[in-house]
Design a protein around this ligand. Structure first.
Ligand code: IMP
Ligand code: MG
Length: 173
């Protein structure tokens, strides 16, 4: 497998994201909402990096959701099924959705709409990896770590049929 980003490069991107996010949420409480299972790695590593930055968020809470797209991914129905919902209420909180990779963008767009309906104080979205060439819908990404070519990637949370997720680097399958 061809390595697209080494563990070191991913670590630097997470640090860069953490500095950006720490500045934007300085002195404010922040709810990191990771999308299972892919975003487990970036959510935990980002939370750890954020916690080490002085003058960052006043409080960091981590939570997770698991969603699946309805039917065909090429359909732009934008509907998602919530398999596991957040355990912490979203209302009135500064919510930052975190996903491993933005591809077509449908999942994130639908998740944004769902959460916006719950009345968060603010709602932003961050992804570690972005495949802009694959975008099918217009979705706002406030934080992007690294850009990917139009290829199927595995590692650092990204899987192929549940395999390769635990690789510390990102590789092209
Ligand atoms: P979207 O709704 O098309 O943006 O789907 C995004 C989801 O597809 C991500 O959260 C991943 O679970 C999955 N995905 C997209 N590209 C890849 C990839 O290159 N490797 C592994 N999973 C991917
Ligand atoms: Mg995912």
């Amino acid at each position: 497998m061809k390595v697209l980003y080494s563990a070191e490069q991913i670590g630097e991107a997470v640090e860069r994201l953490a500095r950006e996010i720490a500045a934007d949420y300085s002195g404010k409480p922040l709810l990191l909402l990771g999308v299972l299972k892919g975003a487990l790695y970036v959510t935990v590593d980002l939370a750890r990096a954020l916690s080490a930055i002085p003058d960052g968020p006043s409080e960091i809470v981590m939570d997770f959701v698991s969603v699946s797209s309805y039917g065909n991914a090429t359909e732009s129905s934008g509907e998602i099924r919530v398999l596991l919902d957040a355990s912490v209420p979203v209302e009135g909180r500064n919510v930052l959705i975190l996903d491993d990779v933005a591809d077509g963008g449908l999942t994130l767009k639908a998740l944004q709409a769902l959460l916006r309906g719950r009345g968060p104080a603010s709602l932003r979205t961050g992804v570690l990896f972005d495949k802009p060439a694959r975008r099918a819908v217009d979705v706002t990404l406030d934080y992007v770590g690294l850009t990917l070519p139009n290829a199927f990637a595995v590692g650092y949370g990204l899987d192929y049929q549940e395999k390769y997720r635990t690789l510390p680097y990102l590789a092209e399958l």
